[in-house]
Ligand binder design. Structure first.
Ligand SMILES: [Zn+2]
Length: 450
């Protein structure tokens, strides 16, 4: 073994030992899982060297990987069993109070989250089946997410016809018509009352007009006006109402919708935490894999932005490399500690496509002239700017670009607004001289040579 490989070997060995130690001794389920998955990652990195005979392992590497994956999935099933076998085995007719709904929420979140983290999903599926019984017992057709999503469509109001005849829903639910019927018979949705229907179809002014023609007072809340008019004649609005039946969730239905929404929020939070820890370790590809897995769990998954997953992943990978390696001049005075926080924040923006990193995810204390969100955006803009320029350069078609400032840009940005530059002479963006409180928002656009 030469010196280079020896050093590598020591690092790998150390990392493996750390993983085994965490898996065996930590009491925190998430830490143990991270240990197991890091074990898999380390072994996969070692594998090519082992195959070439450059370093050795005291057991077969594929077997070792398999073992770590097994341990990972065992930790998950153990955790679920320990925490939830109570729920799935108790007398469900007795349990429809708040506590039960809370337990159910946690159960949903945890199963779905750990499903994302398992290597062999079939192990978790066994647990899914147990949960299925719970849902049957509380008269929900199945735990299926499409069913929940459809129920949520009736949170405010919805026309069942829009869903029963929709190809989109037929693709994800075996029988949307049956599901809607089930909702209605199971007291999860109900038709709008007469007053609600009128409220939905007519404006306050239109109702006042009707009252005026009958010489009735027109002051009061919309509800009161509707009742006043109905007192004149039960059918007074009939010719003004559309002929459609609109439904909305009952209180019981809303409760389930809330469970579903909380579960999605909680799941999202957990995935974001996992992504953050991968970002800290610069495991950019893992971050994007988790992002995709999270999206795939949705009923109607779609990649962030306009393109496909593969374009999103390759472009975001590039962006992350830039965010974590470049420091724009506009942030030159910031300390290394703060820069790391901003990089995590900006990385998050790139991966998640939101305009602000979550408040409770990354510490936002910053000694900087910008606030945290603005500074993160400056890092992200800088990365995109470099990406754009590189693309133009490679295209060999674009030779000049024009700077475009925004309407409320500072005087310094206004000075370069509309100016054209050769690709290799474009000033750095965000513009280092920018004094905008919101940060520099200058962008570039290709100039047509003709
Ligand atoms: Zn500016």
């Amino acid at each position: 073994m030469d010196e280079f490989n020896l050093e590598k070997y020591r690092n790998y060995k150390q990392s493996l030992e750390k993983s085994i130690n965490i898996v065996n001794n930590s009491s925190d389920v998430d830490k143990r899982l991270r240990g197991a998955r890091n074990g898999v990652k380390t072994l996969e990195k070692m594998k090519p060297y082992i195959k070439k005979g450059e370093i050795t392992l005291d057991q077969d590497v594929d077997e070792a990987i398999h073992n770590f994956k097994n341990v990972n999935d065992e930790i998950i099933t153990e955790y679920l069993d320990e925490n939830y076998s109570d729920i799935v085995e108790q007398d469900l007719n007795e349990k429809t109070d708040e506590d039960f709904f809370q337990d159910l929420k946690n159960l949903l979140t945890d199963t779905c989250y750990y499903r994302l983290l398992s290597f062999d999903r079939s192990k978790i599926q066994a647990f899914d089946e147990k949960i299925e019984t719970v849902f049957k017992a509380i008269s929900l057709p199945s735990l299926s997410k499409p069913a929940f999503s459809l129920l949520r469509e009736f949170k405010f109001q919805g026309n069942p016809d829009d869903y029963t005849n929709s190809e989109r829903w037929q693709d994800v639910l075996p029988d949307p018509e049956y599901t809607v019927k089930f909702f209605s018979e199971g007291d999860l949705i109900r038709p709008l009352t007469q007053i609600e229907t009128i409220d939905l179809n007519l404006t306050k002014v239109e109702i006042q007009d009707v009252l005026r023609t009958h010489n009735k007072p027109v002051s009061g809340l919309k509800d009161e006006l509707i009742k006043r008019a109905l007192n004149i004649d039960e059918n007074i609005f009939n010719d003004k109402l559309k002929e459609e039946s609109i439904y909305k969730c009952t209180e019981k239905g809303l409760k389930l919708v809330k469970i579903f929404e909380n579960y999605q929020q909680k799941l999202q939070k957990k995935v974001k935490e996992e992504i953050l820890s991968q970002l800290e370790n610069r495991q950019f590809r893992s971050c994007l894999e988790l992002r995709k897995k999270f999206e795939d769990e949705k009923v109607f998954p779609s990649p962030p932005g306009m393109g496909t997953w593969s374009t999103f992943i390759s472009s975001t990978l590039e962006q992350l490399q830039l965010i974590f390696s470049k420091r724009p001049t506009i942030l030159k005075e910031i300390s290394d500690d703060n820069l790391e926080k901003l990089r995590l924040g900006a990385g998050f923006l790139a991966i998640w496509g939101e305009s602000k990193p979550d408040k409770d995810l990354i510490s936002r204390e910053l000694e900087c002239k910008f606030d945290f969100d603005v500074a993160c955006r400056m890092l992200l803009f800088h990365a995109s700017h470099i990406q754009d320029l590189t693309r133009y350069e490679e295209s060999n078609v674009v030779r000049k670009v024009e700077i475009i400032a925004s309407n409320d840009s500072c005087d310094n940005c206004k000075k370069i607004d509309g100016k054209k530059f050769e690709i290799d002479k474009v000033p750095e963006l965000p513009y280092p001289n920018c004094t905008c409180e919101l940060g520099c928002r200058c962008t570039i656009a290709a100039v047509n040579v003709n």
